[in-house]
Ligand binder design. Sequence first.
Ligand code: ADP
Length: 157
Amino acid sequence: MKEEKILIIIKPDAIVRGLIGEVYTRFERKGFKVIGTKMIQLGDILLDDHYSHLADKPFFQGIKDFMTASPVMMIALSGINASAAARLIAGQTAGHEADAGTIRGDFAMSIQSNIVHVSDTTENGEIEVKRFFSEDELFTYKRADEIFVYSDVHEDF
Ligand code: ADP
């Protein structure tokens, strides 16, 4: 298993509900490393790219309206097996189906307004972090607890 970079977006519903800290905490306490973060206002061009796999869905314009309703928090995370592990923390897409204990399971009922975006694969994680962060907005450092968080997962730690 190798260290991956993934993108988390704290969506407008979470921003206006005051859940920014809650979302960071869920990923931070698991052991993910925040390697970049910023608040931005999304626009059409970036969203057309980011949600291109949904362009032919009837709810596409609805997602775009939702995602531009307030600023969002962009977070680049790194971790071992990061996309798979982070999606378990986010929970199923539809809030009302998401397991209790996950972010969506604990804070959402909606399919659209489901608090967070999490990259769904290693490949997409790389692409999405590059889409939203320039090189000088990404940082390298070691967390003090990495040796414990990954003790039986990765021989380098
Ligand atoms: P995920 O975010 O879990 O990877 P998708 O990539 O399928 O899920 O969808 C991207 C986002 O589009 C979802 O997080 C949600 O905000 C929205 N979405 C997905 N399906 C629907 C739907 N049927 N109706 C409204 N919005 C949807």
